[in-house]
Structures are given as structure tokens and as C-alpha cells.
Design a protein around this ligand. Sequence first.
Ligand SMILES: Nc1ncnc2c1ncn2[C@@H]1O[C@H](COP(=O)(O)OP(=O)(O)OP(=O)(O)O)[C@@H](O)[C@H]1O
Ligand SMILES: [Mg+2]
Length: 253
Amino acid sequence: MTVLQVEGLGVRYGELVALDQVSWSVAAGELLGIIGPNGAGKSSCYDAVTAMVSHAGRVHLRGEDVTDVPSHRLPERGLKRAFQQNAFFHELSVLDNMLAVMHDSAGSSLLSSTFTPWQAARRRAQSIAQARSVLERFGVGPEYHDRLPTAIPYGTQRMLSVALAHGAGAQVLLLDEPGAGLGGEDMDRLTRLLHALKRDGLALVVIEHHMDLIMAVADRIVVLDQGRCIAIGTPAQVQRDPAVLEAYLGRAA
Ligand SMILES: Nc1ncnc2c1ncn2[C@@H]1O[C@H](COP(=O)(O)OP(=O)(O)OP(=O)(O)O)[C@@H](O)[C@H]1O
Ligand SMILES: [Mg+2]
């Protein structure tokens, strides 16, 4: 079942056409990869989908046209995004970062004032248990929960970014270079996480420069170059597509 569908996306920054007539869709349990050289328009694609820039084209979430839904109202509909750079509340512990994003999505701040103290305490204990379990599911072990995000290993910071984007739940998760700066062991962890999220039925869109990673986890791949979609297909199909080889190799040669 298609969860997110974008049609004819276009983004301009003044004279520069960052994205032009780009269309794709992603289904539950599917991972759509987005690749392309630097500046190809990959992050702009997410900016358009999440209404962070003015854009052409339409966005449908579970069949509903959400093109005009403001950015901050999309997470509550299950569309969530992680940014290319790690984005944490730097002064909060890892656990409190997770509680903050979960609290945000639950919108429980108004409700909680109507609870008796013991109800509020029980609710808080439940939230903490849930936050810890989400963190662990995303590979952020309990030994890190009470530390500041910047005081944990870089590989675990990247996992934390994905965990925070997901928060208490998501139907579509847009990840922007989750593997940036990762090597060996950390890359394997990320690969396993992405497979697990797919199995859980999440619709995933992953921008990535690491070809090994994206070829291993993607069901289909969109290739962007200079704002245009130059290929779309399975990893095997795009790998032998002459236009893709030209975009990656032709210009570097
Ligand atoms: N806010 C902005 N103002 C002006 N130009 C921008 C802005 N954001 C992006 N661009 C330009 O739009 C084009 C596409 O940028 P975008 O960030 O979408 O590329 P990308 O494929 O994500 O690249 P990278 O792999 O380097 O992250 C680039 O030429 C970039 O310089
Ligand atoms: Mg980018």
C-alpha cells in the first residue's frame, strides 16, 4: 500500500532550479533510496515534501492531499523527518531528548494538568519506559541514556538522530544521509536497523551517499542529478543505467 506519493515536485531558490518535476512514491514496508551527486536536490526534495520551502507539485499521504498542510502538522499525521546534521537538544540528556520529542507528538502537556499527582507520576514512569524502549530499539543502549548527546560515540549519535525523528511512532520516515561519517561496525548496525524498520511496516525514504548501504537496503532507488530524476528502479537496474554512470563517473572523469 502506497503511504507517501509525491508528484511533480519543484523547488527554486531565486534563479536556481534545485528540483524539477520529481515524482516518486513509497509503500509500507518499503525502503526508497534517493541518491545523486552533491547539490543534486536530494535534501530539497525533503524540504518540499515537508513544506519547509515553497514548491510546485503535490504530496499525498495515505491518499490524502497534504500539500498545503503546514510543516509542523505533518508529524502528527505520521510523516517524520531526520535532518542531514544531527539535531539534538544539547543541554538535555539522551533520555530527555527522547521524552521531549515524544511529549511533543503526544501533545499531553494540557491533559496532564488534569491528572492527580499519582496519575501524573505513573504516566511519567510509563513515558520513561517507552522512551527507553524506543532508544534501545534504535540501537542507543541504556548506558547512554543519562549522558548528553554530544558525549556519546558518533555512531550512536547518528542512531539517536533516527530514533528522535521516529519518536513515539511514524508511518513514513525521511532520513537524510543517516550513514554520514559511519564506518564498519556502525554501518552494519544502521543496516540492521533499517531492515528491522522495514519489517515493522514503516515506509522509509533514505538519502545516502554510501552506495554499499543503499544498494543493500533499498527496494527501489531514485537517482537525482541537477534537480532532475534521471533514473528510478531497483538497485540492480540503476547500477547499470548509463545515465547514472554518466552522472557519477562522466563528470568526475
Ligand atoms: N536555502 C537555499 N538557498 C539557496 N540555494 C540553496 C538552498 N538550499 C539548497 N540550495 C541549492 O540547491 C541545490 C540543491 O541542494 P540540496 O541541498 O537539495 O542538494 P543535495 O542533493 O541534498 O546535496 P548534498 O549531497 O550536498 O547534501 C544546490 O545547488 C544548493 O546549493
Ligand atoms: Mg543534502
